[in-house]
Design a protein. Structure first.
Length: 95
């Protein structure tokens, strides 16, 4: 399961849209940037640069990993072999 830390901004919604599109299960945690939640010590452990969205991916071998900002999300999910939507299509030439 993925824990998604986000707020209702355009950038904050990108990750939830992607998770919905690829049907990966996730739990949403609201980070209210108007109340400076992004500066809370607990959130800074997940996203050291205090940016949303951020995720904790609990479906990995070993310790859960945190990924923050939208660009690295795509890279993380692209490498995820366990979900059919994230695997290359046969004959696509991609690995």
């Amino acid at each position: 399961m993925i824990d998604l830390y986000t707020f209702g901004t355009p950038n904050g919604r990108k990750a939830s849209i992607m998770l919905e599109e690829v049907s990966l299960p996730y739990t949403t945690h609201k980070v209210h940037i108007g109340q400076n939640d992004q500066f809370a010590p607990a959130f800074l452990k997940i996203s050291p640069n205090n940016k949303i969205p951020a995720i904790i991916d609990n479906d990995v071998d070993g310790e859960p990993i945190s990924v923050f900002e939208t660009g690295p999300f795509w890279s993380t999910w692209r490498k995820r072999p366990t979900h059919p939507c994230c695997r290359p299509r046969p004959g696509s030439g991609r690995t």
